[in-house]
Design a protein around this ligand. Sequence first.
Ligand code: SF4
Length: 211
Amino acid sequence: MTKKQLAKEIIERLKREYPDAGCTLDYDDAWKLLVSVRLAAQCTDARVNVVVEGLYEKYPSVEALAAADVDDIEAIVRPCGLGRSKARDISGCMKMLMEKYDGKVPDDFDELLKLPGVGRKSANLIMGDVFGKPAIVTDTHCIRLTNRMGLVDDVKEPKKVEMALWKIIPPEEGSDFCHRLVYHGREVCTARTKPYCDKCCLNDICKKKGV
Ligand code: SF4
């Protein structure tokens, strides 16, 4: 089976397994996803979803958050860890949205990368989830699972994984596929030494079954 054929089969099986898999960060506006994805670094999505409630209660718009004191943002987001740098990035990001983008999140990958604290993973997430564009989100689950499955071969660097996946994942499938990898990575193909291969829907085609 070629990597493209393997990818196609995995996509179809994960679709059946997790038909409704979507982003597990709560947001109702593009800028809020930008904030949440920054807070999610080394923090669970569940905790981020709780912390942002307090943040948006006090600062309910891009304008309000751009004008907020960085120390105050830090005090609110501290439970997510890395409070200082996350607060600084969120503040800088909101300020740049106000100054350069009329308070709106740009729907252009390269423009998104210019925003403080926004890397390829976050920019892809925004492109896929907010704008419905092709996206490959190489988070920790994506990197672990695609290596185990044999979609990539011992590639750990996020950008290299992303580039390898672009070659074998149909663009329109990328965003949902990555969300499903998160679900599968949490429930079955866990980061434990022994994932639950015995109950995995991919165990007859996975390269590293039983790692
Ligand atoms: S067979 Fe095992 S290693 Fe392969 S995807 Fe499933 S749980 Fe992960």
